[in-house]
Design a protein around this ligand. Structure first.
Ligand SMILES: CC(=O)N[C@H]1[C@@H](OP(=O)(O)OP(=O)(O)OC[C@H]2O[C@@H](n3ccc(=O)[nH]c3=O)[C@H](O)[C@@H]2O)O[C@H](CO)[C@@H](O)[C@@H]1O
Length: 358
């Protein structure tokens, strides 16, 4: 009989996309796999899963009430209990052999239901600093599968294995087609790529144009691709005029772009860092300053052990500091200074930890 796996993907893209990559790999290996999705974004995520032929189940996402609003606790506790009972019913019907948690408090009712029904549970952590929900759930888990060596490993209450961050299969290809929206850029001059994570990168977007001007004044023949995360780019496009720049809200062709770029400017999210490591592309990392428990700062510090990365605080950004950081990275030899471990087979490794015989 097929082994059955449920992947609980939390509520945000940061948990969903690595979970989807693992589920796609499980499907390729012939496992019976489905996604457990929570929260407002889940319907869109369910459609994407369906495009890949994957089933999903939707549940509401509860978030912890603030201690400043204690009157919300009784309603929260009641809802949590209801979600826990629903999760138990769901698990009794589905009878999975294992459940994998990608993080987020949204998965905790399902996690506790797994513990009560003695269903083997595994956790995947994207960041260098294991998050609160994953630390809590580790008490009930068989194994804690980490993307990078953990800075707070002592807080994990089950065996930990470093397996890497699963990257989308599209990014693991060898030959990339040049994206249409950058067709006016040439293949010779240096290219800087800038993008944000799921929270966008407004502060970076605002300053990059001026840093670009500074670099032009320093006689760099620089090309720029700026993915703003915003629909409203008219003013920015107008600012760049005829310069060799491509501006877009986002791109699905990140493999082609990161592979082509000489330097990337981005946040310090776990997938972004794993992708940069995979392509050995140098980067200026600007941690999202209000990320939970400052985990992007910790991710960036880990990445900066390699000379391929340079950390810049958002509070320090002006056109000169950003231009200087990009220049510093451009001057380094692309191949010589990169010492991070790439895990292109991370999804495979996760599945082997869960089902050693597949
Ligand atoms: C603000 C915040 O708290 N973000 C967190 C969120 O991920 P968040 O989604 O913000 O950041 P990640 O770096 O993990 O992922 C960004 C992803 O978006 C892709 N991309 C970006 C732009 C674009 O146009 N097209 C595109 O496909 C990148 O290639 C990358 O795969 O969860 C991660 C995993 O717990 C954390 O490490 C991040 O810190």
């Amino acid at each position: 009989m097929l082994s059955k796996l449920i992947v609980s993907c939390g509520g945000t893209g940061g948990h969903y996309y690595p979970g989807l990559s693992i589920a796609r790999k499980a499907q390729d290996k012939g496992l019976d796999v489905s996604l457990f999705l929570t929260g407002r974004r889940a319907p869109g995520q369910a459609e994407i899963a369906e495009e890949h032929g994957l089933k999903s189940n939707l549940a509401r996402a509860l978030s912890l009430p603030s201690i400043k609003k204690p009157w919300r606790i009784p309603l929260f506790a009641w809802r949590f209990y209801c979600d826990y009972l629903k999760a138990k019913k769901f698990l009794r019907e589905e009878k999975p052999d294992a459940v994998l948690f990608m993080g987020s408090f949204a998965g905790v009712p399902l996690g506790l239901a797994c513990a009560s029904l003695k269903i083997p549970t595994f956790i995947h952590e994207g960041n260098v600093w294991a998050g609160k929900a994953n630390r809590f759930m580790s008490k009930y888990a068989q194994k804690f599968l980490a993307s990078f060596p953990l800075k707070n490993e002592s807080a994990i209450q089950c065996p930990t294995v470093v397996v890497g961050m699963p990257i989308r299969p599209e990014l693991l290809e060898e030959n990339f087609k040049k994206p249409d929206f950058i067709s006016h850029l040439n293949d010779e001059d240096p290219l800087v790529l800038c993008f944000g994570g799921s929270q966008g990168a407004e502060a970076i977007n605002k300053m990059l144009r001026y840093a670009y001007d500074v670099m032009n004044a320093r006689k760099y023949k620089l090309q720029l691709v700026q993915l703003t995360g915003s629909d409203d780019n008219a003013e920015l496009i107008d600012f760049y005029g005829n310069s060799p720049v491509a501006v877009s809200k986002q791109s699905q062709e990140m493999g082609a772009l990161i592979n082509r770029a000489n330097v990337v400017v981005c946040r310090a999210g776990a997938s972004s860092i794993a992708e940069l490591i995979h392509f050995k592309t140098k980067a200026v990392l600007i941690p999202y300053p209000i990320a939970a428990e400052d985990h992007q700062e910790i991710n960036a510090d880990y990445a900066c052990q390699s000379n391929g990365f340079y950390k810049l605080h958002q509070s320090e950004i002006d056109q000169f500091s950003l231009a200087n950081a990009i220049e510093l990275q451009m001057r380094q030899d692309k191949e010589l200074d990169f010492s991070m471990i790439d895990y292109p087979d991370a999804a495979d490794k996760v599945l082997k930890e869960i089902f050693p015989k597949i």
